[in-house]
Ligand binder design. Structure first.
Ligand code: FEH
Ligand code: ZN
Ligand code: ZN
Length: 348
């Protein structure tokens, strides 16, 4: 079969012929129906040096996957061949306290995980291929009625990652609240939809690109702001001087972190989801009193079930453009130059 493989750090992936995977005990092979191209894959290709992550090439890209059950390894029960499934992406040890609650994104015994801190498409072979080996049947969630693998794939990361970030801030998102999403790309536009579907907060989206602001409006944003020198002041003006209750930063650059710190309300949340590599100096007067600043990594398996339910009900519907496997590298190149509104999904 063909697979888009990263063979070295700081290099573009190659479409090569590889053997079809065979499932071992407890494992499942899926026929891939959709594999999303995530912005973090660009960091893997162009930015990270060897040693930056506890795993490395060679592996097949694609950590945002859904498809159909193809073959079952020995001992796997309860899955039917041909059943549509989404793949939960962060693969933990399965036995530690976090993994037992389904929070494998925060596995506490990563040495016992299939790959420390990664999963299929992140150190192990992912979904940019005709078939994908899923390390354990527990990582497969049945697709609810009304959701097909192409639509489900972006929900597993572009959906789950902002969902987790937003869900933890639900107590701060009442009908008087303002939530700001900074960066309206693959994750950010789904974040806007999730805020609208799960809270009554006013949603403000910030981006530097007109096409992204159009996407934010389509996703349901109440207001959009073109990022610039006065953005934080504008957010304060819109909130009677108080600032935003919750800021979800899907970029994570120096500039967006500074914006977040300047625009967050006292007692608010500033949540950094984007891998932009920026830093935020924290000091007594540098951040609002009792504002919580946190990073989040992906989400939990129970949360993925919730996101799939939102997708099946038509409440969260990522915008995407499909690409053939032959064009997967072109999809990444377009993503890199800002040429993709929403997500690119590879359909092998
Ligand atoms: C991938 C690699 C490293 C950090 C974060 C990510 C996310 O895109 C996972 O969804
Ligand atoms: Zn990702
Ligand atoms: Zn674990």
């Amino acid at each position: 079969m063909r697979a888009l493989r990263l063979t070295a750090w700081k290099s573009e992936p190659e479409l090569v012929e590889v053997p079809e995977p065979q499932p071992g005990p407890g494992q499942v092979v899926i026929r891939v129906g959709g594999a999303g191209a995530c912005h973090s894959d660009l960091h893997l290709m162009y930015d990270f040096d060897a040693g930056a992550l506890p795993w490395g090439p060679p592996f097949t890209l694609g950590h945002e996957n859904a498809g159909w059950v193809h073959t079952l390894g020995p001992g796997v029960r309860g899955l039917e061949i041909g059943a549509p499934v989404a793949v939960y992406g962060p693969w933990g040890c399965g036995r530690c306290g976090r993994c037992r609650t389904g929070a494998e994104n925060y596995c506490e015994d990563v040495a016992e995980a299939p790959v420390p801190g990664g999963g299929g498409g992140l150190g192990l072979d992912g979904g940019m291929a005709e078939y994908m080996l899923v390390d354990d049947a527990r990582q497969l969630l049945p697709l609810p009625e009304g959701l097909d693998p192409v639509h489900a794939a972006p929900l597993t990361d572009a959906g789950l990652t902002p969902y987790h970030a937003i869900r933890r801030s639900w107590p701060k998102l009442d009908p008087r609240s303002t939530a700001v999403v900074v960066g309206v790309g693959g994750l950010g536009h789904v974040g806007v939809q999730i805020l609208k579907a799960t809270t009554a907060a006013r949603v403000v989206a910030v981006d530097g690109r007109d096409s992204a602001l159009d996407l934010a409006l389509k996703a349901g944003a109440d207001e959009v702001l073109r990022s610039g020198a006065g953005t934080a002041e504008e957010i304060r003006r819109m909130t009677a001087g108080q600032g935003a209750d919750v800021v979800i930063d899907c970029v994570g650059s120096d500039a967006t972190l500074a914006l977040g710190a300047a625009a967050t309300r006292v007692l608010g949340d500033l949540t950094i989801v984007g891998l932009g590599g920026g830093t935020l100096p924290v000091s007594f007067f540098g951040v609002p009193y009792e504002a919580s600043v946190q990073t989040t990594y992906w989400g939990t398996r129970p949360e993925l079930a919730e996101v799939l339910a939102l997708g099946a009900r038509g409440l969260v519907t990522p915008e995407f453009r499909t690409f053939a496997l032959d064009d997967a590298l072109a999809a990444y190149r377009a993503l890199r130059t800002g040429g993709i509104d929403g997500r690119a999904v590879v359909v092998p």
